[in-house]
Design a protein around this ligand. Sequence first.
Ligand code: OGA
Ligand code: NI
Length: 374
Amino acid sequence: MASPKDWPEPVIRVQSLSNMAAIPNRYIKPPRDRPAINSIQNDVNIPLIDLQGVFGDDSALTATILSQVSEACLDWGFFQVVNHGVSPLLMDHAREVWRRFFHLPMEEKQVYANSPKTYEGYGSRLGTQEGAILDWSDYYFLHYLPMLLKDHEKWPALPSSLREVIEEYGAEVVKLCGVLMKVLSMNLGLGEEYLQKAFGGEDIGACLRVNFYPKCPQPDLTLGLSSHSDPGGMTLLLPDDQVPGLQVRKSTTWVTVKPVPHAFIVNIGDQIQVLSNAIYKSVEHRVIVNSAEERVSLAFFYNPKSDLQIEPAKELVKPDKPALYKAMTFDEYRLFIRTRGPRGKSQVESSLIKSPKSKLITAAPPATAKCCTV
Ligand code: OGA
Ligand code: NI
């Protein structure tokens, strides 16, 4: 699978469609994928965890927080964290500077139009399949790490504070990711540095996708982002503080996440599912849109160094629990989603990445949706 050089069709900015009376056919999902088809639970929320003092002097407090994270990873694959160390003011600045970017005149944004070769820049689709049904969102994708891939010239020059704010935001979020990697690693019974080392130590990858979901005249017919699991290691999402939209799959229902002010939404990606030999699973999620308000979210992806082989930790492979996945680099892995677009969990459950031995013990669970994002 080679990375395609260009989009198969002319790119249309979803933002330019938001004042139409009806949405174009290209955005109309088949009935089974529309927001209302599965039951939506509004009375539950993903776990909320206070990280204050997680690695402080109080070992009882550390144990309590670790067990809360453990339970959330096992039950949900998703949780919110507060008192996480990232400055609330910086979070607000980061979101608002991106909102201002999306409100700039189209010519300013088009300078950064992206291609499917690297996805870096201003984009309006994931996947390169001709005739695909598209999602109701535009986005901006950039590399934060490794240093070799970070290029400020590929980040918007306007608003003028953007580069500085995002540089600082990235540094703080990377620190928080380091803390969470330690927690996950300890909870898996691996040494506290195991996961970070498996990701390449200092050489990890990190990228940011800023999602812009314009108002939609017919929100019941489409999705802002189709069901997918995140292909990378771990995602820290800064959601819109005013507008809900993210839904997380909980068995056969969708749970709408109610964002807590200044919390990050953390979720497990496919690479941690592989490294943990499926003790932790990446969970499907999607985004719904609405006719009243636009929505902005910042998804920060913390990923393994892209040319390292990722495979189940030897410590988690036992005679009765064979390795469920073959070794694969993240570069190889993400080509799938970059070509096919978001498709539930079909990638991590596909025979392409399953180890032949795994089939003796467990049949691959049926892909819940027909179906992964950058
Ligand atoms: C993503 C994602 C959720 C949101 O970018 O991978 O799942 O709320 N975003 O925008
Ligand atoms: Ni996602």
